[in-house]
Design a protein around this ligand. Structure first.
Ligand code: ZN
Length: 518
């Protein structure tokens, strides 16, 4: 059986540019997709933009333009940003794409025909920010808890998806599949949402066109458009060719959604119940991460403390920023961005540890081995320790990716890099070369370091693809990554002796703390 991996980011709302939160999720998805491609699995990586709904209409009004123009403007900017940053997605879906509209309408018709949708008159407190009617629990002192503004009193006839009929099933499913929602804290949060007294009822899935005509028209009532979540979530099916695409079943069975915790409810409650009504399995896994705070505060548009990935690239290089994001967030828990912690991380891990090993190894290979990877002798315990460090790193990377602990996968790789630096200190080839009693240890020492760098590059390549390619190039292995596979190519001893090496400029120059701190 072909192994498969289907990873998704949320489709991003086209009312602002990409910030640190979007960048983290996208970089994480890109890294996971690259890792699974390295394993030779059928991999599909989806990202995109969510373009319908009242919030877009509001922004369009502010900008004095048609919602189509607003959606186009921000969607193109998102896509270009990811492309410029080297994110290798398989599809960038837009909810305004023609095939998506067709899939949504086909599903709506089917779910309606099967009796899962009902027309009801409803009156209640409506929050434009949330795009839904609020319950008492959503209100704090009469204001929407999330948006801190008063809801509007609205009455309208709408179509409802009879979501609550599936709550009992869903609670049981979540309990019986403890790996479905992770980490565990979010599973528990969802289980309490599903309790009878939580106030979560059925899902309104329509808006009268008289009020909102920016959306996909309901196939069974031309006076209404589809409510955004029902439309948006279905993107995960459209992208892989629902219902009869060649790999649809294979990929859907291997689906991994990455989301931030603010959209837990739609993904953990609306979506599985919708899928049940459609007659499809739940996603394989729902992976929920925390927020990125900036200097201790939650990122929001109004705070204006967005961290623009393109500016980070200019200041620090995108690979360094990418490393920082992946290394600094423990999955599921909030993380705090400060420029000091970014600079500290770059200098300690990338400039000192990795950068140092690359430059020392290639310098000495130039000086003591005519710039060619030497042939290795037997070696002794120190060489054995380096080999073990890399075998251990490879096992850790596998295990940590499986458990969504990417920060620990990186930690494991850098532990092996550190062990190689210590090995160099121990073998002292710069002294041994001048000591007739030890001079014949030098080729083996340098071979060990070159091979350590090759495996470092391979293991790092899902996370730092450009850095990995550059290290390989300097080892005389330009373009080799394309043909490499995990786990086979992580086995020790594959670098060809005689390969021509190149010293190159410092891989990660040390960076200075920003003026006056961050
Ligand atoms: Zn709200």
């Amino acid at each position: 059986m072909t192994r498969a991996y289907y990873v998704t980011t949320p489709i991003y709302y086209v009312n602002a540019d990409a910030h640190i939160g979007h960048t983290y999720t996208t970089v994480l998805a890109d890294s996971l997709a690259r890792y699974h491609r390295l394993r030779g699995e059928r991999t599909f990586f989806l990202t995109g933009s969510d373009e319908h709904g009242e919030k877009i209409l509001e922004v369009a009004r502010e900008r004095g333009e048609d919602p189509r123009a607003t959606a186009e403007y921000f969607s193109v900017r998102f896509r270009k940003t990811w492309e410029e940053l080297g994110i290798r997605f398989d599809r960038f879906i837009r909810t305004t794409d023609a095939d998506h509209g067709e899939v949504v309408r086909r599903i709506l018709q089917r779910v309606h025909d099967d009796g899962h949708i009902e027309f009801r008159e409803y009156e209640g407190d409506y929050c434009v920010g949330c795009e839904r009617f609020l319950t008492d629990r959503d209100l704090v002192d009469g204001l929407c808890r999330d948006h801190e503004r008063p809801p509007e009193r609205r009455s309208e006839g709408n179509y409802f998806f009879k979501m609550s009929e599936h709550f009992e099933w869903l609670a049981q499913y979540i309990t019986e599949h403890p790996d479905f929602i992770r980490p565990e804290r979010y599973r528990n949060e969802v289980l309490s949402m599903l309790k009878e007294d939580s106030g979560l009822g059925d899902l309104c899935i329509s808006r009268p066109k008289a009020r909102l005509d920016w959306g996909i028209e309901l196939p069974f009532d031309e006076n209404y458009v589809c409510y955004v979540w029902f439309d948006a979530l279905i993107n995960y099916l459209t992208a892989i060719g629902y219902p009869d695409g060649e790999d649809f079943e294979l990929l859907w069975g291997a689906s991994e959604h990455l989301i931030a915790k603010d959209i837990l409810k739609p993904h953990a409650v609306f979506w599985p119940t919708m899928l049940r009504a459609i007659g499809l399995d739940t996603p394989h896994r729902l992976n929920v991460h925390g927020y990125w705070n900036v200097d201790g505060r939650k990122v929001s548009k109004s705070l204006g403390n967005k961290i623009d990935p393109l500016i980070m690239r200019e200041q620090y290089g995108f690979e360094a920023f990418r490393y920082y994001l992946l290394r600094s967030m423990s999955f599921g828990v909030d993380a705090n961005f400060t420029e000091e912690s970014l600079v500290t991380r770059i200098n300690a891990d990338l400039a000192n540890n990795l950068g140092n090993l690359v430059s020392r190894t290639l310098n000495m290979t130039g000086r003591f081995a005519d710039g060619r990877v030497p042939a290795a002798g037997e070696g002794g315990e120190p060489e054995q320790a380096v080999r073990q460090a890399f075998a251990e790193a490879q096992r850790s990377v596998d295990a940590c990716i499986e458990s969504m602990e990417v920060h620990r996968a990186l930690e494991a790789i850098f532990r092996a890099v550190d062990a190689t630096n210590q090995f160099l200190e121990q073998r002292e080839p710069w002294k041994a070369a001048k000591d007739p009693a030890r001079a014949d240890s030098v080729p083996t020492t340098l071979y060990t370091c070159c091979e350590a760098l090759r495996i470092t590059a391979l293991l790092l390549s899902p996370f730092l693809p450009e850095t990995a390619a550059e290290i390989l190039k300097r080892l005389g292995l330009e373009g080799a990554l394309e043909g490499m596979r995990l786990p086979d190519d992580a086995a020790w001893g594959a670098i060809p002796p005689g390969n021509e090496t190149h010293k190159g400029a410092p891989l990660f120059p040390r960076v200075e703390m920003p003026e006056g701190g961050a």
